[in-house]
Design a protein around this ligand. Sequence first.
Ligand code: ARG
Length: 566
Amino acid sequence: MFDFKQEVAEVLKQQIPDLEVEEIISMLEVPPNPNMGDYAFPCFKLAKTFRKAPPLIAEEIVGAVKINDYFEKVQQAGGYVNFFIHKAFFIKETLKEVLEQKECYGSSDLGKGKNVIVEFSSPNIAKPFHIGHIRSTVIGSSINRIYKFLGFNTIAINHLGDYGTQFGKLIVAFKRWGNEEEVRESPIPTLLKLYIQFHDEAEKDPNLEEEGRMWFKKLEDGDEEALKLWQWFREVSLEEFNRVYKMLDVSFDSLAGESFYSDKMPRVLQMMEDKGVLEKSQGADIVNLEAHGLPPALIRKKDGSTLYITRDLTAAIYRKETYDFYKNIYVVASQQNLHFEQWIKILEVMGFQWAEDCIHVPFGLVRLEEGTIATRKGRVVFLEDVLKKAIEKTREIILEKNPNIENIDQVVEEVGVGAIIFQELSNNRIKDYTFSWEKVLNFEGETGPYVQYTHARASSVLRKANTQIDSEVNTTLLTDDITMEVIKKIQQFSDIVQDAQRKNEPSIVTRHIIDLAQAFNRFYHDHPVLVEDEELKKARLAIVLAARQVIKIGLTLLGIKAPEKM
Ligand code: ARG
């Protein structure tokens, strides 16, 4: 693979021997406007060593630099050295790479031999998988795909919330007011109703809480009835979750949730005791984190029962021992920032060097515009309903545009679900955002349907052309600014994917494929592709093929399908 950045850096290195090539690469910028060149090297940081003003340094470098065939020219502008790449050569190299590597374009073996745990989704059993959970699922699944694409060996874990006092309460509620038939018919809504009923009744009858705690204790002690009910709740809940995972095309390598760690906690508690990190406080065990500016973390209650954080500490240690991870990533809402700060501090205090490889990847909230999403019961939003609604709305839009479309059911599912995923991954994950149908399904805006539509349009051109396309085209026909924009977006793709991986930020990929789709549509609008002139036609078709390929890879990394027709 030809690496222009590397080439620029090596040319520069000869003039600035004090800097490492890596360092020079990291300093290179892409100028905002193509008449300033393709790569710019800023000289401001060199002023001290050179004892000169940056523009003079830039001038000196330009005078001394020896460029090769890969570059058209090098120019000084202010404190910058601007490199202009040789366009026809650049296009040829880029096209060759995409058309040869196909769906692997942009992938790498960067992560070879490294295990990365990506924990995401992690809904709570017997509670609805609601719109808030979709963020973790969609962001996490994309992060998992991006790491895999870069050669990491990923382990996708769904840390199910399937343990804790609430299950004792649920058992009590079911035994008192539940009905097996109803649970089978509509598991999560029914279990949710029972849970709510428990809390209503507990306000009147204070004994209920105690009864709930007792049943959880029974569960922990392996009581047969408690276990059977709990397992059944878990099973029927998972069936519902799985329907949604299937729609989202999400899968996991492990469903080791909170209950998985129940028999592994005693050892970790012992470890904590041995290391002297536990303190007694009113009969309970805590870790005092005052020295680290954090509130104390409750690890074991007075009655001996454990907590969410106890299970998370155990899970981290288990994962290190089982997978010897390179990174251990948790995609969990920013509301849990404090929990993760305490958790990581405790791992540090316990002396685990690898604590620094545990990463909380937080995200912001979704706000709902009033009346945007139908809710089945009260204020709870069911993700499955949201996806179904997206599919139905998409059906209306597509039938209007293309009434004779083949495979309508599949296409509307791919576009409707894709629209929701794309919207989730459009903004920097930490930002809160407001969900709105209009924004999600707008075929002209910066949306999933827009990018998918661009892919379908490119596919249609290729179908019509119906000819063999390769990279052996006359690239001097493609050097105009509009076409160059498309090529540059294609060429930047592998850097973009790596940046998204480093920052655990799929929106970097999303933004880039929006830019690519927009550049492609400008190209398509201005440059007829299926022209008489065979040479020109072949050259432009190569651009269409390459752009389509990269859009598809990008969508796949986000977890979105790319239909050929829509
Ligand atoms: N089940 C939790 C919730 O829905 C999220 C779990 C996050 N993961 C973790 N390892 N704590 O709030």
